[in-house]
Structures are given as structure tokens and as C-alpha cells.
Ligand binder design. Structure first.
Ligand code: ZN
Ligand code: ZN
Length: 636
């Protein structure tokens, strides 16, 4: 800007300088100006509406500079000209003592913009952002750094107290202007960011904040839920969800006990209702009403669209939230004997193809170096949530969710990611339980045949199997295997990181395949025949090994002599998949587990499987009550 200032610029600059001086020397006059509003008449100091803007801006500069000073400074960075931090702090203390926080809260609650255009930020935002700067600046940044025993200085106390006292009015204002928070654009993103940051800060600093936001009439939870649902960036979505989750599930370490010692803990159900209210678009709610029947679906839909942001750190929070809700509602169902809320949510989760599709898709994400979390953690979280959903559930429910997973691409994702997945500590055990639990249900008479058919089309997954077996052969020496074989009667479940789980995993994959195909003649014959004999396939056809082919096989792979195909065409098509299993001599041991999956195990195999905690299943027994695996899993 090399051109000379226009007359207007000069006036602005003069006014601005004037108010910078007043704000630093005359707090009382500054506060008086903050109450004028943009159209205020001349007050006793001779200031009027136009001064309001300049006074506000002068206060903002002090607060903002002070809050910046709490940030770590880059080495070599030149400090801006101006008052020292001590001077700024003293200046702000004088303003606080003169009532600047009250004045700003008042403006957040009452200030109306003259021209509220679509692109404009909300009229409550300018005073609100100053409040935020004051809190950060006066409390020197991160409250977690504070020494707990250090008594807060009275000025800082006053800042927090005034904001908490005015919280209801401010949050009502934010809540009642959905045109701001619902607008999915960058202009309103800072509001969605700062409200949650301030809530988190206040909760850590002041236990009375809990009483405010957990009061049944408070809109805060709904507001944060709305900010979560309508934010545009993954980081803002994550912050809002993390605050929401921390409040609902009492994850804040500080001040929670203090609150709970005087108040009854609100039920998860009641807090979730506030969330449902928040994620519901108000324009839609007139039409449908935020009715309880559809709310869990809506919540899952929101979580699912947020997962589609494709951010690993965000997804970890989202999956954790889903898990907390599931566990929280289940717990509340057992306590209150009212299980409907839990059933509705669990059912929605079992059927939400979109949620699972987006979660599985994230397991493919790689190289997110800038993420707070790794994609490996994410994969484990996804599978953990999935496992929770099928553990100890009746076969029909496992079937339902398995169908959803198959449609959402679970087996394909596992195929693509198993190379990495199997190397994650704890993942092989998790996956072993996962496959085994589904397999147990498959063997139940109440497993719906159509879902069994659908599952058949998903298996085998030779690529995934080969990845596990290859990893096992790389990891384990024969010596180690022998050592494990010695502990036959050990009833304990090995540690999550015990390498035996890698072995358990591919066996479990084989069992599942076998369990799905158990009605097939070839396998049935294997079941009836002597176990150690080779499967005699000359007597009846077996199914083509190429996934989804479904034809009867006529010839076996001449190399491994274990995989059968309907013809040369299918064998060629399948070679890329089959090669790793075939060429590494994995085919025979794998097919042994496939055949074992369909029948009662005995002898050495039984002992060996018993050893890893997944001992024999009796398909003739009532699988709804089959003890072995489920009982063992309970203890995890
Ligand atoms: Zn082969
Ligand atoms: Zn075929």
C-alpha cells in the first residue's frame, strides 16, 4: 500500500490510536463504551456508537497480544514492538477489574448485527473471541500445566466466574441462531472451534461449569453436538466430538469428582437425548420431530458422514464414541432394566452399512504422518468395535451384522490390509477371536441360511490367509513351535502378543471358511471319514476354490493338490490369489483347518486349539450356549 491514506483511513487510524490509549489508561471509560452498542447515544464521556467499535477493537488487540504471548515463541522470532507482557497483563487486569468480562458477555448475549449477510460472521463472534483471548491470556495457556495447589489469582478467578455465570445466556444465544452453526462454510468454523475449546477449558478450571452444562435446561451439549455434526474440517469435528464424549462419559479427570459428590450422575440416555437434539437440523425437526425412534439411526448417520472426512485422528474419536455409547447404554440397560435404548442403538449399529463402510475404508489409509494417531491404531479400533458387537450375541444378531459387514466390504479390506494388520501387536489375537466368534455363530442352527450363502461368496480369502501364514513362517522358528506344543494342558489364554495367535489366526480363517461351506458334500464326507486320511474327492464334487464361482470342481491344482477348480479357466483366473498359498506349501495345513472348521475336533488338534483358548466347537451342541470360546472371551 504505497498510496497515501484516504481521508477515511486517516480518521479511522486516528480513532484507533485514540482508543488504544484510552483502553490502556482509562478502563472505566473503555467499559462504558463497550456497553454503548454500535448505535448507542453519547454517554457522559462524550463517546457514542462509533466509539463502541473502536473500543472493542482496542480491547481485542490487548487480549489477543496477551494470548499470543502464552504461545511458545519460535527461536529467532523478533518480538513485535509494543508494551511488554507485564504491561499487557497489568492492563488486562485493570480492564477485568473494571468489568470488561461482564461487558463482553453482555455483548455476546445481546449484540445484534446491522447487516447479517450470508457471508458475515455471527454478530456475537467479535466479543466472544475477545473473551476467549482474555481467558487464554490471563490463564497463561494450558490449564494442565498449572500447579493444582497454586491458588489462582483473584483476577483470573473473576474472569472464569463471570463467564460461567453468563454461560447460560451465551449458549442460548448460540443455540438460537442455527443459521450460524448449521452453515457448513469456513466463516462460521471458528465459532465451532472456540466454543468447544472454551467449554473444555472451563470444565478443567471450574467445577461449577458441570452444573451449568449438565442442567436439563442447558443447550450446551446440543450446541456442541451441532457443531460436531456441521463442522467442515476434521480437526474441528474431532475437538467437538472429543469434548462431547468427555462430558457424556465423564472423561475429564479434574473436577468431575467434585461435581459428582454433590449431584447424581445423569444417565447416558438423557445426555444422548441432548445430542440427538443437536444433530437434528432444526428445519427438519419441524417436519419429523426429534423422535426417539429414529434418533440412533440419525446419530449413526452423523458419525458415518463424519468418518467420511477420512481423517485417522478424527476416526479414532468417532469409533471411541460409538463404543462408549454402546457400552454405556448396555450398562444402563442392565441397571435400569429398561433395555430399549440399548437395543435400538445396537440394532442401528448392526444395520448401518454406511458407518461400517466408512470405517473399513479408513483401514486402507496409509502414510498419515501428520496424524496424531496411526492408521494401525485405527484398524485395531475398528476391529475392536466390531468384535464387541458380536461377542456373546445370539447367532441371529451376529449373522445380521456380519451381513452388513460383508456388504460394507470387510473381507475385501482384510484381504488388502492383512499384510500390515498381522504385524500390529495384539491384532492377531483380536482377529482370531473375531473370525472364531463369527464361525461359532455360523454353526448354529439359528444362523439364517441366506446370510450363510452371502458369507460363502466372501470366502476363501487366499491373499489374507497367505499373508498371515507367511508372517508366521518368517517369525517363528521350529524350536518355538515345539516349545508351545509342550504346554498342552495349559488352560490360560496366551498374552495378546504371544506369537501363537498368528497361528491361531489363519486357523480361525480356515474354520470360518469350513463352517460356511460345511453343507457341501465334499466337506461332509471329510467329516465322516477318518480324519487323517486325505480327502477323497473322486467320489463327489467339491466347490470351485475361486471365490464366488460356485460351480462344482472337477480338477485339482497339480502343484499343491489341495485346491480344486471347476476348470482351467477358473484356475487361471485364481492363480494370482492362489499362488502365495500354493508355492509356499501353505495349502495343505490351511485346507486341514478348513475341513476341521465344519466338524467336531478331536485328538491332537483339539488339544492344540484348546491351548490357544479356542478349543473345540461342537456343531451339534446348541451354539447359542456354546461355552468354550464365548466364556473365555468374557474374561478379556
Ligand atoms: Zn495349488
Ligand atoms: Zn470356478
Amino acid at each position: 500500500m504505497s498510496r497515501s491514506h484516504s481521508a477515511i483511513d486517516r480518521v479511522v487510524s486516528t480513532k484507533s490510536d485514540k482508543w488504544t490509549k484510552i483502553a490502556s489508561r482509562n478502563p472505566t471509560r473503555t467499559i462504558a463504551a463497550l456497553y454503548l452498542g454500535p448505535t448507542g447515544r453519547t454517554n457522559s464521556y462524550g463517546d457514542a456508537g462509533e466509539d463502541f467499535i473502536f473500543a472493542m477493537d482496542a480491547v481485542r488487540r490487548i487480549a489477543e497480544t496477551l494470548s499470543r504471548s502464552t504461545l511458545p515463541q519460535n527461536p529467532g522470532e523478533k518480538r513485535e514492538e509494543g508494551p511488554s507482557n507485564e504491561e499487557l497483563k497489568k492492563n488486562m487486569e485493570d480492564l477485568v477489574n473494571a468489568g470488561v468480562v461482564e461487558a463482553l458477555c453482555r455483548n455476546v448475549i445481546e449484540l445484534k448485527g446491522d447487516t447479517m449477510t450470508d457471508e458475515a460472521m455471527s454478530s456475537f463472534y467479535p466479543p466472544f473471541v475477545i473473551l476467549y483471548f482474555i481467558v487464554i491470556g490471563m490463564n497463561a495457556g494450558n490449564p494442565l500445566d498449572d500447579d493444582e495447589h497454586e491458588e489462582k489469582n483473584p483476577v483470573n478467578r473473576r474472569v472464569l466466574k463471570e463467564i460461567v455465570d453468563n454461560w447460560e445466556g451465551m449458549s442460548d444465544r448460540w443455540w438460537q441462531e442455527p443459521q450460524n452453526s448449521l452453515k457448513q462454510d469456513a466463516t462460521h468454523e471458528p465459532e465451532r472451534l472456540l466454543v468447544s475449546r472454551l467449554v473444555g477449558y472451563l470444565l478443567l478450571e471450574d467445577s461449577s461449569m458441570y452444573s451449568k452444562i449438565l442442567h436439563p435446561s442447558s443447550n450446551t451439549l446440543s450446541l456442541i453436538a451441532r457443531h460436531w455434526a456441521f463442522s467442515i474440517s476434521a480437526s474441528v469435528a474431532r475437538l467437538n466430538l472429543s469434548i462431547l464424549r468427555s462430558i457424556i462419559f465423564f472423561k475429564f479427570s479434574q473436577n468431575v469428582e467434585e461435581y459428582l459428590s454433590e449431584h447424581e450422575r445423569p444417565s447416558v440416555v438423557s445426555l444422548l437425548k441432548q445430542v440427538y437434539k443437536g444433530i437434528c437440523d432444526p428445519s427438519m425437526s419441524n417436519q419429523y420431530g426429534p423422535n426417539v425412534q429414529t434418533s440412533p439411526q440419525q446419530l449413526l448417520q452423523t458419525m458415518s458422514t463424519r468418518l467420511a472426512l477420512g481423517d485417522v485422528s478424527y476416526a479414532i474419536e468417532d469409533l471411541g464414541f460409538c463404543h462408549d455409547i454402546y457400552a454405556g447404554l448396555r450398562e444402563s440397560a442392565t441397571v435400569s432394566s429398561n433395555a430399549s435404548e440399548f437395543e435400538e442403538f445396537a440394532d442401528a449399529l448392526r444395520n448401518s452399512e454406511a458407518y461400517w463402510h466408512n470405517a473399513f475404508a479408513l483401514m486402507r489409509v496409509k502414510d498419515s504422518d501428520n496424524s496424531m494417531h496411526t492408521e494401525k491404531e485405527l484398524s485395531v479400533d475398528v476391529l475392536n468395535l466390531a468384535l464387541k458387537l458380536i461377542l456373546q450375541q445370539p447367532a441371529s444378531e451376529v449373522a445380521q451384522v456380519t451381513k452388513t459387514w460383508a456388504k460394507a466390504g470387510l473381507f475385501g479390506v482384510l484381504d488388502e490390509t492383512m499384510d500390515d494388520l498381522v504385524k500390529i501387536p495384539g491384532a492377531p489375537r483380536l482377529l482370531t477371536f473375531f473370525y472364531t466368534t463369527i464361525k461359532e455363530s455360523c454353526l448354529s442352527p439359528s444362523f439364517p441360511p441366506d446370510i450363510l450363502e452371502a458369507l460363502k461368496d466372501e470366502l476363501p480369502r487366499q491373499k489374507a490367509v497367505a499373508a498371515v501364514m507367511r508372517y508366521e513362517s518368517e517369525q517363528k522358528s521350529d524350536k518355538e513351535l515345539d516349545a508351545i506344543g509342550d504346554k498342552t494342558n495349559d488352560d490360560d489364554i496366551p498374552d495378546a502378543e504371544d506369537p501363537i495367535w498368528i497361528n491361531g489366526l489363519w486357523q480361525a480363517m480356515g474354520w470360518l471358511q469350513g463352517a460356511c461351506h460345511r453343507d457341501h458334500q465334499g466337506l461332509e464326507r471329510a467329516q465322516l471319514g477318518a480324519e487323517d486320511k486325505k480327502l477323497d474327492t473322486s467320489l463327489s464334487p467339491i466347490l470351485c476354490a475361486r471365490r464366488t464361482c460356485g460351480n462344482n470342481a472337477v480338477s485339482k491344482c497339480s502343484s499343491c493338490k489341495e485346491f480344486w477348480y471347476c476348470g482351467v479357466e477358473c484356475q487361471k483366473l485364481d492363480w494370482k490369489e492362489h499362488k502365495p498359498i500354493c508355492k509356499n506349501n501353505f495349502a495343505a495345513p490351511y485346507m486341514q483347518t478348513v475341513r476341521a472348521g465344519a466338524k467336531k475336533l478331536s485328538g491332537g488338534t483339539q488339544a492344540r486349539l484348546g491351548l490357544i483358548g479356542l478349543g473345540p466347537n461342537d456343531p451339534n451342541a446348541d451354539s447359542e450356549k456354546t461355552g468354550t470360546v464365548v466364556d473365555r472371551l468374557k474374561s478379556l
